[in-house]
Ligand binder design. Structure first.
Ligand code: ACO
Length: 192
């Protein structure tokens, strides 16, 4: 199955000039729906305080309730001051910042946002997610669980992931703590 990437605007608008100036392994393109997982808000946090924006919030529907404020790096196009182009890059960056409460979907549907990112393909910002770790009852306590989780952590690192996340019950937290994982944030869920 071919999955199409959802860009904030048509990449054709960017032309070729900037692309030709970039070093190997860098691409310039519009902000994409999956850039949250590549560290988009982490990048903005280099410049300023970014609210507690989850991936669901970033991707969420327009005008969602309770959205925290986060910030866009803004760069005004000197050649055409009427054109307000927001520019950021992964990793690196620029100028003035403006508080926003926009989600990717609200920016997309407004057709009025032109956020351009430069992505370092060699430093992929991919997140690994570990699920369903289980050791047979009569094999538990033999370090098999530790070995398999450490194997997965090494694999994630080798694949270029910048972090590994997992969800577990509070009872299992000490097991993962011993493997160097620490509690971060809070998991939210809604079942139907
Ligand atoms: N709470 C506290 N400490 C624990 C726990 C626990 N639940 N489980 C293991 N430990 C400790 C061990 O005592 C050991 O400590 P030590 O190094 O000081 O001796 C250390 O963690 C390593 O234990 P292992 O022998 O590697 O653990 P094991 O092979 O038994 O696997 C596992 C642990 C995977 C949690 C196993 O008990 C299991 O399959 N449980 C049932 C299924 C489950 O709950 N899986 C985790 C779901 S979360 C997820 O999948 C992301």
């Amino acid at each position: 199955m071919v999955t199409s990437i959802s860009y904030l605007f048509d990449p054709v608008l960017l032309g070729d000039d900037a692309r030709k100036l970039l070093p190997d392994n860098y691409v310039i393109r519009p902000l994409a729906q999956d850039d949250f997982s590549k560290g988009y808000t982490d990048l903005l946090a280099v410049l300023t305080t970014v609210g507690d924006v989850s991936e669901a919030m970033f991707n969420g529907k327009p005008h969602g309730a309770g959205l925290p404020t986060y910030y866009h790096v803004s760069h005004f196009n000197a050649a055409n001051p009427c054109e307000h182009t927001r520019v950021s890059s992964l990793p690196a960056t620029t100028a003035a910042i403006t508080p926003r409460k926009d989600t990717f979907q609200s920016m997309l549907s407004s057709r009025n946002y032109y956020i351009v990112v430069v992505e370092d393909l060699a430093a992929r910002r991919i997140v690994a997610h570990i699920e369903d770790v289980v050791v047979a009852k009569d094999q538990q306590g033999k370090k098999l669980g530790s070995i398999i989780v450490n194997q997965l952590l090494d694999l994630a690192k080798a694949l270029g992931c910048y972090k590994t996340i997992l969800d577990c019950s509070p009872e299992n937290a000490p097991f993962y703590n011993k493997l160097g994982l620490v509690e971060k944030g809070l998991q939210m869920a809604r079942y139907y």
